[in-house]
Ligand binder design. Structure first.
Ligand SMILES: Cc1cc2nc3c(=O)[nH]c(=O)nc-3n(C[C@H](O)[C@H](O)[C@H](O)COP(=O)(O)OP(=O)(O)OC[C@H]3O[C@@H](n4cnc5c(N)ncnc54)[C@H](O)[C@@H]3O)c2cc1C
Length: 415
């Protein structure tokens, strides 16, 4: 047992649950650690990689998550790194014609009670990590890969591979925040791996001075094409432009940083308008990842194990809710696990309530995200109908349609 680990004798002797191990230090795991520590839990976050890398690109953080990040100081910490977009603009890829524009910025912040922000995943992860490291009661351990979990009535023991050695940590609860290929999910006896969706996301970062002027504005831009769409917005305080192209194809490979051949994209966007082509050509390099999803389940939790984030509900990125929903999960779990020393039967009840509150909500977001993807990629008659509807409807209709997502306060998920 490592020195100073909260799972050592004091926690083992404790008659009631109070030490939680979180497997995975992604956005979901680190934010859950902050919420659970605030709720009075001792937290060990165990992450398999030796160093949290600067992988990834842009994430949209909607008001349903930013209101929760504000609670633990992260919104303030991100002030210099994030961008608060002023509008969401939808365009046709071939002509460049603007189809719709919804106002974001202060107006949306006033309406939903918290801001929409866009941020580099690494900036958000760094801000969370710094807070985690500065919070008494949280221990962050890198290089620990969860391989096994032994659940007993009074405790759960998580088994980790740490280099050549095995390490065991005992706790009252194990939370799997270990992403789409979750080990905790597998150990919980839940259905097997996520499924590839037939869509690949290509992403690039363009330094501000190399990006076309229109792409530097603080706006989220969405372009529709046939079987493809493009999203871009500035991040890193405006210093980088995040560009994501989602393409229907059958490529399947696990990982977040596979190289993408720029010529494939240049060809794909050849029928698009000059502005869009200029933007795609400005990307210095492309990374791609195959998008995965899974059908919702009826349970995530067992007596002393549960899931959150992508481990629980991988979703298509078309509503940009993957990170926000993971943050919501942690906040809801912490609310339900307050106070931190419930008796074992109270822990079981809290986890049941967590499943009952979170599964229907995230299932609805997963389903809406899938539908949204089809809507984005329509062609022919359906494409023309979509474009006409967008032109006729006020831009705010886009926000109204998803107000149920943005207005939600997961701290009240206490069914
Ligand atoms: C490297 C990376 C880059 C990403 N880039 C983007 C991006 O550019 N845009 C975007 O929209 N989304 C991106 N995502 C996804 C996005 O961050 C998630 O969908 C969302 O934030 C939900 O996060 P999560 O914490 O549930 O899962 P994840 O962010 O996937 O985090 C899971 C963590 O668990 C760790 N882990 C896995 N297995 C084990 C194990 N057995 N033991 C211990 N730890 C384990 C992983 O190393 C990882 O750190 C990226 C994810 C990763 C991991």
């Amino acid at each position: 047992m490592p020195e100073g680990d909260p799972s050592s004798s004091a926690a083992e002797a404790a008659p009631h649950p109070r030490h939680v191990i979180i497997a995975g230090a992604g956005i979901g795991g680190l934010s859950a650690a902050l919420f659970l520590a605030k709720a009075g839990w001792q937290v060990t976050v165990a992450e398999k990689v030796e160093a949290l890398q600067e992988f990834g690109a842009g994430l949209q953080i909607a008001p349903n998550a930013s209101r929760l990040l504000a609670d633990v100081g992260i919104l303030d910490d991100l002030r210099d790194f994030s961008v608060e977009p002023l509008a969401l603009i939808v365009r046709k890829g071939d002509s460049g014609q603007e189809l719709s524009r919804a106002t974001l910025g202060e107006q949306a912040e006033a309406r939903f009670g918290a801001p929409f922000i866009v941020v580099h995943r690494a900036d958000l992860q760094n801000a969370l990590r710094k807070r985690v490291e500065a919070t008494p009661g949280i221990t962050l351990r890198l290089g620990l890969q969860l391989t096994e979990a032994l659940e007993r009535e009074d405790a759960v023991t998580a088994v980790f591979q740490h280099g050549d050695t095995e390490e065991r940590i005992r706790a009252d609860l194990l939370v799997g925040a270990d992403g789409v290929w979750s080990k905790v999910r597998q150990l919980s006896g839940l259905p097997g791996p996520s499924r590839y969706s037939g869509n690949t996301a290509w992403r690039a970062l363009i330094p501000r001075e190399q990006a076309p002027i229109f792409a530097r504005e603080p706006k989220v831009n969405l372009w529709f094409g046939n079987g493809v769409h493009l999203v871009h917005y500035p991040i890193c305080g405006g210093e980088e432009i995040n560009l994501v192209a989602v393409i229907e194809d059958t490529w399947q490979e696990e990982g977040w940083s596979c190289d993408g051949d720029p010529d494939v994209l240049i060809q794909k966007f050849a029928p698009w308008c000059a502005k869009a082509r200029e933007l795609v050509a400005a990307a210095p390099e492309w990374k791609r990842w195959a998008l995965v999803h899974r059908a919702p389940e009826s349970r995530w939790s067992r007596a002393r194990m549960t899931l959150l984030g992508d481990a629980a509900h991988p979703m298509m990125p078309f509503l940009a809710q993957g990170a926000s929903a993971a943050i919501e999960d942690g906040a809801a779990l912490a609310t339900l696990l307050t106070p931190p020393c419930p008796r074992p039967e109270q822990l079981a009840l809290a986890l049941k309530r967590y499943d009952a509150a979170r599964i229907p909500r995230t299932a609805r977001i997963q389903e809406e995200a899938r539908k949204q993807g089809r809507f984005y990629h329509f062609s022919g008659l359906f494409g023309r109908l979509r474009d006409t509807a967008l032109k006729v409807l006020p831009g705010e209709a886009m926000l109204n349609r998803y107000a149920w997502i943005f207005e939600h306060d997961a701290r009240k998920d206490t069914l």
